[in-house]
Design a protein around this ligand. Structure first.
Ligand code: 1YM
Length: 643
């Protein structure tokens, strides 16, 4: 900004500027961080404004376009942001909304604005953190445009001419600022799609179109069935107990409740929850309210209907195979937790509990045949739980004379301090052999796995526990098994024997597959290990490069690195070794490249966005290869490099 312009600014304008400078100074305070999550948060904020216009009953369609230059355009067909001059500021409303941090409040009196995020400050925050922002408004039969850069007006509001016949709405284009986010981050189509799909289910009847100009693809997200369809969608890949999902809806005082349910023949519980359309990955009062009322409604019905037997299903038994989406709309949501993913409002719990108990009881009365099928499935789950408990006892008592029942093929480390102990889970016996000889046995343990481990997503706990590879992992890790949604946790982090559990697989398709299976296993049965940041993926090199007569081998981790290295040596003779698998490296090479803490590269597996991860893991359940492959490609995004 030039000095001349500054001089003309009055006191309120300077305060305004300070506001947006504050956003640029401390972006994390507003968007959580400046990594990929924060970057995509900008999209969610503008989308939220368009969605609010739909919730208010004025917009029916939202188009999101990923432009070739990396910018994003979001357009709705609502009323259009007001453009008239605001008396106090003497500026068009649209300018105030995009440049004043708390301008949203003025527009909130209509009280429809329940959606989450930044409550109307979103527009100015996005503007502050964008290299450019263009807002076009179609209103009063006219087409207006205003442009900004890094929060400041660059082109004042202009009337461009008449709007095309009948066109109304708001179109916002912005590019997140590389000064804030760096040069590497980009909008990821997959993340945009996950949110658009979510919104299409949460706002039944709203049409969301996604245009990907980079990959030349268009997709329409539209559903009349709301959260009930969402529950069914999320159950994808599992056979359903019945076809028509259950919708439980109601309003208790100011809290709106929407719950969708469908029972599958599978074993995992799949709950997704939202407060004001914000995913609540850690659940909260609304989810607890749901579980209590759901269990009480079914058990009460079963007693009345004479279905109950001695072994009464627990809440977890009843949740087995359930796919549910719980969505509440609440005037003043309170969130807690590291990722603010947990809803705290007690009134949300009360409201969900009341609506679910009443409406589900009615549904059970009206559908006795299905009610019986649901209850019988839970009874089988209760029996399986009993059987699993016995199986666990069996695992524990299997080998009373051997030290702590550790599996025979585990080469354990000497240290008993979990903080320094590392467990390498290695693909195949031959790599396992090299790893055993190459390791530092003081703190590194090796567990070779033979072939592919069981697909636990399909199997369920009982079957999983019969699998030799699963049992070996459970025994080696030492903290039990459980923690899968809907199952009582028998997992205790305090018993964990290693604080680094490192998955070491080949850098090929089979390796990726095994890694995926292992990740699914940890996600479903030992999630706290991921949450605590104890799970890692090793990065073995792809190439060894020897230049001239040197004995020194340079290890390279991808094709890019190889190209770069080759370019740097220009005309000397060289020799390239391509490692097809871990087994091709000898013990010394494996130690040097992949295991030595001083030289190796480990990727930490992160579950920051648990709802996103759950979605991906859902994709993995299906028998389709494609989503699985996409997951493997996406997987790198959960990981942070640690050297
Ligand atoms: C692609 C983004 O922002 N649409 C949009 C926003 C608004 C209105 C209409 C609107 C609201 C009201 C009256 C009102 C507004 N948002 C804000 C704030 N799409 C998009 N469409 N007239 C028009 O609330 O009474 C203020 S107006 F502050 F939330 F950003």
């Amino acid at each position: 900004m030039s000095a001349e312009v500054t001089a003309n600014y009055d006191a309120s304008a300077i305060k305004v500027l300070k506001g947006l400078e504050g956003v640029r100074h401390r972006p994390a305070m507003y968007i959580g961080g400046t990594q990929a999550d924060g970057y995509h948060h900008l999209f969610k904020e503008i989308l939220d404004n368009a969605v609010d216009e739909a919730l208010a009953g004025f917009a029916t369609q939202i188009i999101t376009t990923l432009n070739r230059d990396g910018s994003l355009t979001i357009e709705d067909n609502g009323r259009g942001i007001p453009v008239d001059i605001m008396p106090e500021e003497q500026k068009p409303a649209v300018e105030v909304i995009y440049t004043v941090l708390h301008a949203g409040g003025k527009f909130e009196e209509g009280a429809y604005k329940v959606s989450g995020g930044l409550h109307g400050v979103g527009a100015s925050v996005v503007n502050a953190l964008s290299q450019f922002t263009r807002v076009e408004v179609f209103r009063n039969g006219k087409h207006y445009r205003i442009e900004f850069s890094r929060g400041e007006v660059t082109q004042p509001l202009q009337e461009l001419g008449p709007a095309p016949q009948g066109k109304r709405g708001t179109r916002v284009t912005f590019l997140p600022d590389p000064q804030i986010f760096g040069n590497e981050l980009k909008f990821e189509a997959s993340r945009l799609r996950v949110r658009l799909r979510e919104v299409s289910f949460l706002v039944a009847g709203l049409k969301l179109i996604f245009r990907d100009e980079i990959h030349q693809k268009e997709e329409v997200f539209f559903d009349e069935g709301g959260v009930a369809s969402f529950a069914k969608f999320r159950a994808d890949g599992e056979e359903l107990l019945y076809d028509k999902p259950i919708l439980l809806q109601g309003q208790v005082e100011a809290v709106g409740v929407d719950v969708g349910l469908v029972h599958t023949k599978g074993y995992s519980a799949n709950l997704a929850s939202f407060a004001n359309m914000i995913p609540t990955a850690d659940g909260g009062t609304h989810v607890s309210g749901f579980k209590t009322a759901y269990t009480r409604a079914i058990n009460t019905y079963a007693r009345k209907a004479g279905l109950a037997k001695d072994l009464e299903p627990t809440g977890d038994d009843l949740l087995e195979g359930l796919s549910a989406v719980i969505s509440v709309k609440i005037p003043q949501p309170q969130f807690e937790g590291q990722t603010k993913g947990k809803l705290l409002n007690p009134e949300a719990g009360t409201a969900v509990s009341k609506v679910v108990y009443e409406k589900l009881s009615e549904w059970l009365e009206e559908n006795p045949r299905l009610a019986k099928a649901i209850y019988e499935k839970a009874q089988r789950a209760a029996q399986a739980r009993e059987a699993a408990r016995k199986a666990r006892e069996l695992v524990r008592r299997a080998n009373p004379l051997e030290s702590d029942d550790l599996p025979g093929k585990l080469a354990d480390c000497q240290s008993e301090d979990p903080a320094e102990a590392e467990l390498f889970i290695v693909e195949g016996d031959s790599a396992g052999g090299s790893a055993k000889s190459g390791r530092d046995r003081r703190f590194q343990a090796i567990l070779p796995l033979r072939g592919k481990i069981l697909n636990v997503e399909k199997a369920g706990l009982n079957k999983a526990l019969k699998n030799a590879e699963v049992r070996a992992m459970v025994a080696a890790i030492g903290a039990g098994i459980g923690g899968k949604d809907g199952e009582e946790a028998h997992f205790n982090l305090e018993d964990l024997r290693y604080h680094k559990i490192i998955i070491m697989t080949d850098a090929d398709v089979d390796g990726s597959h095994i890694r995926t299976l292992l990740l699914t296993f940890f996600y479903r049965y030992m999630r706290p290990i991921i949450e605590q940041g104890y799970l890692y993926v090793a990065q073995p090199p792809l190439y060894g490069l020897r230049v001239g007569k040197s004995k020194q081998v340079q290890y390279l981790f991808d094709d890019e690195a190889l190209k770069k290295a080759l370019a740097e040596i220009g005309d000397k003779p060289y020799e390239i070794q391509r490692f097809k698998g871990l087994g091709e490296m000898n013990a010394e090479q494996l130690w040097e490249t992949t295991m030595d803490p001083a030289r190796r590269v480990l990727k930490k597996v992160e579950m920051k966005d648990a709802s996103y991860a759950a979605q991906i893991f859902d994709d993995l359940m299906g028998s389709d290869v494609q989503p699985r492959r996409e997951f493997i490609e996406e997987y790198a995004r959960f990981a942070q490099i640690e050297v």
